[in-house]
Design a protein around this ligand. Structure first.
Ligand code: SR1
Ligand code: MG
Length: 416
């Protein structure tokens, strides 16, 4: 029934959405709406609609990948999955994502709260704008959504039905399988990299330990349906002000390992850290780029604390109901099980971060923090350090004990 779908344009939008009750309630009559298209992501159209009464965002899927064009057809279903993911994630961490106003399945668009004066986190990182609450917001978001979307929290019927629903998000899961775990470690026409990185690109294709790590992490992503993931949690999927942080763009949502969301996010933060030298060399020389490492540490620690707190007070699901350890070993058994799980999530996190750091430099979709370094030699220098770090994270993940020592390694790699 998608034959009646038509992409919106800024000019046509007021006429086409005029009869939508929720739009009228927020914005008043369509004749007063001002519309601009602002999408700068890889896939979709994004419109901001403003009037004297307020503003809203409309996000509409295109039947192809915007970043490549019509030669890469893509189904419109991703809006359906984003809608369902948004409802779940909002319930699990209220207020940390934009409010949902309306979903139109046939036209594949969502109407959402317009976040302003928020900016995309990638821009804040590149601009060296400090965000004092960011680490805590994101760590708590990860703890809550990853715990509450899992067997630790959900009952059998709810969990199996969501697993089945999000298992149908096959097209976007397939993109992740290819773009994260496969393309960067082989020759592929979709790959691109900064001139000067040929030796590193070749090394990534020939490095057996790295390729084995990529393969086993891909297997984990495909086979370990541990929780409902955001699925594309990078620094372009977060909008910020000094006091607020919001997670957007959950269309890649799928059941997968908890470490995938955490690792994707931390990998992008480490990329932003290495990119700082290309944007603010004087600050980095005075060691002020280190604030990004502090955010990384806070994210992991806040995730750890929130997840542990939920484990202790909210373990109502299929896996490890509270009565399971109700014997002489309680609470010891429960605490040991928690520490075992957190250790596994930690190692997965590092592995996925290392893979994300490779694919954002050697694959199709790059990170704006690095891409906006105009001097090609400087950019390549930042990217080499990122790849060195990413390799250690992916291949040596079992040997890295804690977030502080990993950050010390990042700082020392950046000091040369
Ligand atoms: C064709 S899609 C490329 C990338 O853009 C999205 O934001 C995801 O990160 C995906 O891997
Ligand atoms: Mg996105």
């Amino acid at each position: 029934h998608k034959s009646r779908y038509e992409p919106l344009t800024a000019r046509a939008l007021p006429g086409r959405l005029a009869s939508l009750k929720s739009m009228g309630e927020h914005l008043g009559p369509a004749t007063s709406w001002r519309v601009r298209e602002v999408g700068d992501g890889n896939l979709n159209l994004v419109f901001i609609v403003e009037s004297d009464s307020g503003s809203l965002v409309i996000k509409q899927a295109l039947p192809y990948a915007r970043v490549v064009g019509e030669s890469w057809p893509m189904s419109l279903d991703r809006t359906f999955f984003e809608y369902h993911a948004l409802t779940r994630l909002l319930a699990r961490d209220p207020g940390r994502l934009p409010a949902l106003i309306h979903f139109d399945e046939e036209q594949a668009y969502l109407v959402m709260e317009h976040l302003h004066p928020h900016i995309i986190l990638r821009k804040a990182l590149t601009g060296n704008i400090r965000l004092p609450h960011l680490g805590e917001h994101l760590g708590r978001y990860l703890g809550r959504t990853l715990f509450r979307g899992s067997d630790l929290s959900m009952n059998t019927a709810e969990r199996k039905s969501d697993l089945a629903l999000f298992s149908r998000n096959v097209e976007l899961a397939g993109i992740t399988e290819d773009l994260f775990f496969t393309d960067p470690f082989m020759t592929h026409p979709r790959n691109q990299h900064t001139p000067g990185l040929e030796d590193y690109a070749r090394a990534a294709r020939e490095d057996m330990d790295l390729k084995l790590a990529a393969r086993s992490l891909k297997a984990k992503f495909c086979n370990c349906a541990e929780t409902l993931l955001h699925g594309d949690l990078h620094t372009g999927s977060i909008m910020v002000t000094e006091t607020d942080s919001r997670v957007i763009d959950a269309e890649f949502a799928v059941y997968g390992p908890m470490g995938f969301d955490i690792g994707s996010l931390l990998g992008n933060f480490w990329l932003a850290f290495f990119a700082q030298k290309g944007h603010h060399p004087d600050d980095v020389a005075r060691d002020r780029g280190g604030w990004i490492l502090e955010v990384i540490e806070t994210i992991w620690e806040s995730f750890f604390d929130e997840f542990s707190a939920l484990w202790r007070r909210e373990r109502t699901g299929i896996l490890g109901g509270r009565e399971f350890f109700e014997d002489a070993q309680r609470p010891l058994g429960s605490e040991i099980a928690l520490q075992q799980l957190l250790k596994q999530i930690w190692q997965d996190t590092l592995g996925f971060a290392g893979i994300e750091m490779h694919r954002r430099i050697l694959g199709l979709a790059h990170a704006a923090e690095l891409e906006t370094i105009a001097n090609v030699e400087e950019r390549a220098a930042c990217e080499r350090k990122s790849l060195m770090m990413g390799r250690v994270l992916a291949a040596n993940r079992a040997a890295l004990p804690d977030i502080r020592s990993v950050n010390r390694m990042a700082a020392s790699m950046n000091s040369t």
